[in-house]
Design a binder for this molecule. Sequence first.
Ligand SMILES: Nc1ncnc2c1ncn2[C@@H]1O[C@H](COP(=O)(O)OP(=O)(O)OP(=O)(O)O)[C@@H](O)[C@H]1O
Length: 344
Amino acid sequence: MKEFKEIRKDILVTQNLSIGYKQGKKDRLCLLSDINLTIKRGEMVCLLGPNGAGKSTLMRTIAGIQTPLSGSTLVEGIPICDRNFKEIAQLLSIVLTERIDVGNLTVYHIVSLGRHPYTSWMGRLSEDDKEKIKWALEQVGLLHYADNFINQLSDGERQRVMIAKALAQDTPLIMLDEPTAHLDLPNRVDIMRLLHRLARETNKAILLSTHELDLALQAADIIWLMARSEPIKIGAPEDLVLNGSIEETFRNKSFNFDRKTGNFIMNYQKKQSIQVLGNDVMGFWTQRALSREGYQVTCEKVGDCSVKLIEDSMEWEVIQNGSTTSCVSIQELLAHLRKNSSLD
Ligand SMILES: Nc1ncnc2c1ncn2[C@@H]1O[C@H](COP(=O)(O)OP(=O)(O)OP(=O)(O)O)[C@@H](O)[C@H]1O
């Protein structure tokens, strides 16, 4: 029980925080006020929200890079504004979105910069510092790249170097601003899995802002859902799906959020209805294709056209006006339907 309490200790608390920008001497743009948030050790929190919601502003304010309009951020119980630069750097590390372009530095050198808050002004690394750098490189799977120059690495590897630097900084809170931007799908998944594992195994709190709704829904322990001028919604991803918060925040006439799959489905103008007999995986993809083609798919009998799925042989039987045509692919099915509708 004691161990559980330690794992779930609050590392960061915001108290009635207001975020925004001072504009001139008197005016100010307040994006959001009365923000009361908590992050616990061992927790991965994803900050989600549409463009312009204020995610970066919130991240910068929490990290003490930007001054709040009012309220405060407490790290380990002490307001961040009462701490000096070195103390803050020992409590929270930040990984920014910008692609790093320091070609003449090695991976080891960049990760070693994470030890800066602990070294003397000469920056000499102790044995303990070197151990922490090695450990950080191991965690992100880049120990064998230690002597490589940064410009010899892919974007995914560079991002892992920056995460290693944050790990070497050995702070209880790691903040990342859109860590998966510029990455392809396998790398996006790898980074999210890595961050999730690190939160669990190192007992650090990880806060990241992202536009990757599907990955955040799978990897986050807690989601902070932000929309302009609305209170931040907080909860386990599944709770925010079930109570309709995700749908509401990202509501758009061009697509719908499918609560069952956690995916966004594009809206197409529907021309006519079509009956599809069969379900499961083949049914799902057939429905997607027919929907794109402008059909309203139903399992009820409608009109004189229906599609029967033969799952064993992966075939589609189109039954229309009493005659049956077999198609061996969705492409062929769509071509057949297009041909017949042009004959109508
Ligand atoms: N320096 C600034 N001065 C005044 N307003 C700003 C400044 N920086 C950002 N804003 C405004 O604050 C609002 C929130 O911006 P912010 O970058 O925090 O949103 P975001 O959710 O991170 O957006 P995105 O997802 O596009 O990165 C925007 O309307 C933006 O125009």
